[in-house]
Design a protein around this ligand. Structure first.
Ligand code: OGA
Ligand code: NI
Length: 204
């Protein structure tokens, strides 16, 4: 069993915001960061939408990051290793917490200096399939003043999470509003959702 799984789940149960400081190994974090930087250099990252299908709209006033979806069909060994880790986590979560997660989706995200994602909920208005949000950071030298913190709201309270390399944050998608504060440096992450419906990536 992976200690970071237990850390993520117990902090989630205690405070609704699960945090593990080292969900990714150094090596995997480094490889995924290099993938992301290469995709950026090759101009493969695209601005993301708000909502989906019919309600899809690009709104730079709400979010100004650029993204790229991870996919088993990319045949990238590091993405495949990341998915294997996520599947192990889901197996553990389903067993410990009876969550019934059946699939997942993840994208790389890159925030250039001056970009942000305003306060929002991760669940689209017309579906409730996204159960948990899971964000992992790839910012090796992040320091105070670089900005780009995640601010998570829970009623009157809020918590600031620094986007430090290898850290993973985990919370219920329909429960906690959150925002990405304006970043002053390039900010790298992988964001995704654990779902209760079946999409093409199925947990075996
Ligand atoms: C999102 C999001 C938070 C982060 O992509 O929906 O809220 O810290 N990301 O990157
Ligand atoms: Ni979000």
């Amino acid at each position: 069993m992976n200690d970071s799984f237990e850390e993520l789940i117990s902090s989630y149960i205690d405070s609704k915001i699960g945090i593990s400081k080292d969900f990714l190994s150094e090596a995997l974090a480094n490889s995924l960061k290099n993938n992301l930087l290469k995709l950026y250099k090759d101009e493969e990252l695209k601005s993301a939408g708000i909502g989906h299908f019919g309600t899809f709209a690009k709104n730079k006033e709400i979010r100004s990051d650029v993204i790229y979806w991870l996919d088993k069909e990319n045949n990238n060994p590091h993405e495949i290793e990341f998915f294997a880790l996520i599947e192990d986590f889901i197996t553990y979560l389903n067993k410990e917490c009876f969550t019934g997660i059946k699939s997942y989706e993840f994208h790389y995200a890159l925030y250039k200096p001056g970009t942000f994602y305003k306060r929002h909920l991760d669940q689209f208005q017309d579906t409730s399939n996204r159960q948990f949000s899971m964000i992992t950071y790839l910012n090796v030298d992040w320091k105070e003043g670089d900005g780009g913190e995640l601010k998570v709201y829970d009623g009157e309270k809020s918590q600031i999470v620094s986007p430090i390399n290898r850290k993973t944050v985990f919370f219920k998608s329909n429960e906690l509003e959150h925002e990405v504060l304006e970043t002053n440096q390039l900010r790298l992450s992988i964001t995704g959702w654990l779902r209760k419906d079946l999409i093409d990536v199925i947990v075996s």
